[in-house]
Design a protein. Structure first.
Length: 42
C-alpha cells in the first residue's frame, strides 16, 4: 500500500472538521515544498 493510500484509509473516517484540518496542512506542505524547490534552483 502506498503512503497516499494509507493516508486516505486513515482520514476517510474522520469528521468533516478534522478533514478540513488535514487538507489545510496538506496544502501548507505543498506550498512549502514548492518554495523550497524554487529556492534550491537559485
Amino acid at each position: 500500500m502506498t503512503t497516499a493510500e494509507q493516508i486516505y484509509h486513515t482520514v476517510k473516517e474522520l469528521p468533516e472538521l478534522a478533514l478540513r484540518e488535514v487538507l489545510d496542512f496538506a496544502e501548507f506542505l505543498k506550498k512549502k515544498n514548492k518554495r523550497e524547490a524554487l529556492s534550491a534552483k537559485e
